[in-house]
Design a protein around this ligand. Structure first.
Ligand code: NDP
Length: 340
């Protein structure tokens, strides 16, 4: 009998996720019921939101239960289809989770063409993170030519796409990333005109020098020290799409020091800031696929990938993602890609 290897949540982490928080299991490959499809997963996406799903607190999505397969986006090949309109051999993107085989409702799958772009991009620049960048810019950030936009996690799939799309819209883009190597990648591979290392001393001073006209859009990916450096530089009517707060995802207690909440809200009021949280799945895709697909095809939008091999690499890779150890979109290769 064919075996499905899968990783379930074994324990709710405290702070940084540890290997003991996960359990690798071997179970029989499931069979598809009516309207369902059996998929051999090829790529698993690792994303910061997974840390939130491992906790019990109220959020925009329900937590993963103990003993349940970890959630995750996947690209795979259909092996058996019990549904009309989908054929064995086709490639699909869906939410297959941390496992080598998945049975999924056909209605939740999207077919992808491996000739149009590498399959892995369906989890990155042409998938959920790319869509996040597109809808947040379209609906909230709305950068205008000549405005200054600052984005951290600049080599990741969200930040890298935000920076490039904003530059194409005519904005002056300042990237922020962790370490000199990532900053070099942001400039040389993703076309950021400038990228500041948030781990080097005096980020506030260097950011002030890089933004002589202040900041019109701060794309919030991280929180933490980057947010503190950005706040004094925000211009009147600046927009702050709150996309993620990865610096705090592993936090077990509030940051030290005085309560900064009154000062923050005073800034929101006096500078008339638009600070808006958003979740990509709430928003219509619009022309994302046509627009970003064309930019990728024409070579005008670049991306970075960081590929780890095999399902068992996922727990350590996710823990590293939350601390900046990835260099671009973090992916697990679950199986060799089929040759034509
Ligand atoms: P990335 O691949 O960019 O990985 C996260 C990065 O965060 C790390 O590589 C690291 O980059 C950075 N980081 C971690 N800790 C810190 C810190 N203390 N200070 C500054 N930066 C830090 O992730 P994604 O592109 O997938 O996601 C980016 C953000 O977007 C996340 O917050 C994520 O939760 C959010 N998101 C939100 C969505 C929504 O619908 N709202 C949808 C998708 C993503 P570096 O080493 O360069 O600092």
């Amino acid at each position: 009998m064919a075996v499905n290897r899968r990783i379930v949540l074994a324990r709710r982490p405290v702070g940084r996720p540890r290997p003991e928080d996960f359990r690798l299991e071997e179970v029989p490959v499931p069979r598809p019921g009516p309207g369902e499809v059996l998929v051999r997963n090829l790529w698993l996406s690792l994303d910061p939101y997974m840390r939130g799903r491992m906790g019990e607190g109220r959020s925009y999505a329900r937590p993963v239960e103990l003993g349940e397969v970890m959630v995750g986006g996947t690209v795979g090949q259909v092996v058996e289809a019990n549904a009309p309109g989908i054929t064995a051999g086709s490639f699909v993107v869906g939410r297959g989770g941390w496992q080598e085989w998945s049975v999924l409702p056909a209605g939740e799958l999207r077919t992808v063409d491996p000739q149009a772009a590498p399959l892995s991009t369906a989890l990155g620049v042409l998938g959920m993170p790319g869509l996040t960048a597109h809808v947040g810019l379209r609906d909230i950030a709305r950068p205008k030519p000549g405005e200054t936009l600052v984005v951290a996690a600049a080599t990741g799939p969200v930040g890298g796409t935000v920076g490039q799309l904003a530059r194409l819209a005519g904005a002056r883009v300042v990237g922020i990333a962790g370490g000199p190597e990532k900053c070099r990648l942001a400039v040389e591979r993703l076309g950021f005109p400038i990228c500041l290392d948030h781990r080097a001393p005096d980020l506030p001073g260097r950011l002030r020098a890089a933004c002589p006209d202040g900041i019109d859009v701060y794309w919030e990916n991280v929180g933490g020290g980057v947010l503190e450096a950005v706040l004094p530089l925000l211009n009147d009517f600046a927009r702050v799409p709150v996309c993620g707060l990865v610096a705090w995802y592993n936090a077990t207690e509030p940051p030290p020091g005085p309560d900064r909440l009154p000062a923050l809200l005073r800034l929101v009021l006096t500078r008339r800031l638009l600070v808006q949280g958003f979740i990509v799945s709430d928003r219509p895709e619009g022309d994302f696929r046509a627009e970003v697909g064309a930019l990728v095809r024409d070579g005008r939008l670049a991306w970075l990938e960081d590929v780890r091999e095999g399902l068992e690499a996922a727990p350590t890779a996710l823990a590293g993602l939350l601390e900046g150890e990835n260099r671009g979109k973090l992916l697990i290769r679950l199986a060799p890609l089929p040759t034509a």
